[in-house]
Design a protein around this ligand. Structure first.
Ligand code: SF4
Length: 289
C-alpha cells in the first residue's frame, strides 16, 4: 500500500472519482492495467488517496447544483483493502452531508456494508448500486476474476440493494470471445439480473486490449485457458476492440432478453436512473455546474 495526497478527486462531466489506484481483484481482462493510464506498477500495490474525504468535502461544498458522484470507473472502490481503510465509506458520508447523489460499480459484495448510507443518499438525492457480472458461473468467474466476490454473491447483494429501494444496475462487460461470448451465458446473466430486480444492464459483445492490458491478459490466458491465446492473436492482432465471433447475433440475444425482462439497456434509458429527482427534478447526471 502506498499513501498519497491527491490534488483533486471528483473529475469530468460524469463526476467520476477513485479513492484508490491499482486493484487486487486480479481480473484477467483488466483495462485499467493499460499503459495509457500510467498507474505505477505493481498494479496490486494499491495507491491510497488518504485525503479523499477532505478533498470531496472541499469540492462538493463549492457545487452550486446537485450532482451524482460516481466511483468505480477505473479501480474498484470495494476491494478488500477498503474493509480496513473505509475511505469509500467516508467519501459517501461527505456526499450525504452535502446532499449530492452517489453511484458505484464494483465486483465485491463488501459494498453491502454501506447499504445504510446509500439508502440515506437515495432518499436525499439519487443512489445507484452497480455490480459487474460477466457470467453467472462461479467457477468460471474464479478463473477470470479470481479475487472478486463470486457472481452468486454479487447477485445477492444486488437483491439486497433493490429490496431497500435503491436503483441497481449490472455491467455485463467485457464479453470475452470463446470464454463468455455465448448465447447461453448472455441469457443466464440477463435472467439472473431479472430475478435480482436489476433496472439496467450495460452490455457489450466485445472485450478491449491495449498495451499493458494485452500482455497481462495473454499471460493469464496461458495459465487458465491454454491454447486460446493463439486464437486471439490470429483474429485480433493488435486491435483495441475485439468483437466476439457472432457479435451481431449475440447483441440481438442480449437486447431481446433485456426487453422481455423489462430491463433497460439503451444509454438514454440508463441515464434516467442517474437523475436527482426530489430536490432538483430538473437536474440530471449530465448537467454541468
Ligand atoms: S475489478 Fe476492475 S480494476 Fe480491479 S482488476 Fe478487475 S477489471 Fe481491473
Amino acid at each position: 500500500m502506498r499513501e498519497v495526497q491527491a490534488k483533486t478527486l471528483i473529475l469530468g462531466p460524469y463526476h467520476n472519482y477513485n479513492v484508490y489506484r491499482g486493484c487486487t481483484h486480479g481480473c484477467i481482462y483488466c483495462d485499467s492495467r493499460s499503459s495509457c493510464y500510467e498507474i505505477e506498477p505493481p498494479f496490486e500495490d494499491i495507491i491510497v488517496k488518504v485525503n479523499a474525504p477532505a478533498l470531496a468535502a472541499a469540492e462538493l461544498a463549492k457545487k452550486k447544483t446537485k450532482i451524482v458522484c460516481r466511483s468505480g470507473s477505473m479501480c474498484d472502490p470495494y476491494m478488500p483493502i477498503e474493509e480496513k481503510l473505509e475511505l469509500s465509506r467516508r467519501v459517501l458520508e461527505v456526499i450525504l452531508k452535502y446532499g449530492h447523489g452517489a453511484s458505484f460499480l464494483t465486483k465485491n459484495a463488501l459494498a453491502l456494508r454501506d447499504l445504510d448510507l446509500f439508502e440515506a443518499i437515495a432518499k436525499n438525492a439519487c443512489a445507484v448500486a452497480s455490480f459487474t457480472i460477466t457470467t453467472t458461473d462461479d467457477e468460471l468467474a474464479r478463473r477470470i476474476e479470481p479475487s472478486a466476490s463470486p457472481p452468486s454473491e454479487r447477485l445477492k447483494a444486488l437483491s439486497a440493494f433493490a429490496e431497500r429501494g435503491i436503483v441497481t444496475g449490472v455491467w455485463m462487460t467485457p464479453v470475452l470471445p470463446w470464454i463468455t461470448a455465448s448465447e447461453e451465458n448472455i441469457r443466464a446473466v440477463v435472467a439472473a439480473c431479472a430475478e435480482a430486480r436489476v433496472k439496467y444492464i450495460v452490455g457489450t459483445t466485445a472485450t478491449t486490449m491495449r498495451d499493458g492490458s494485452r500482455e497481462h491478459f495473454y499471460a493469464r490466458l496461458d495459465e487458465e485457458f491454454p491454447g486460446l491465446r493463439r486464437q486471439y492473436e490470429q483474429r485480433y492482432g493488435t486491435s483495441y476492440v475485439c468483437k466476439s465471433p457472432g457479435s451481431d447475433h449475440l447483441w440481438d440475444v442480449f437486447t431481446t432478453a433485456c426487453d422481455a425482462a423489462g430491463i433497460a439497456w439503451r444509454e438514454a434509458d440508463i441515464a434516467r436512473f442517474f437523475t436527482i429527482r426530489e430536490r432538483h427534478p430538473q437536474m440530471s447526471l449530465f448537467d454541468e455546474m
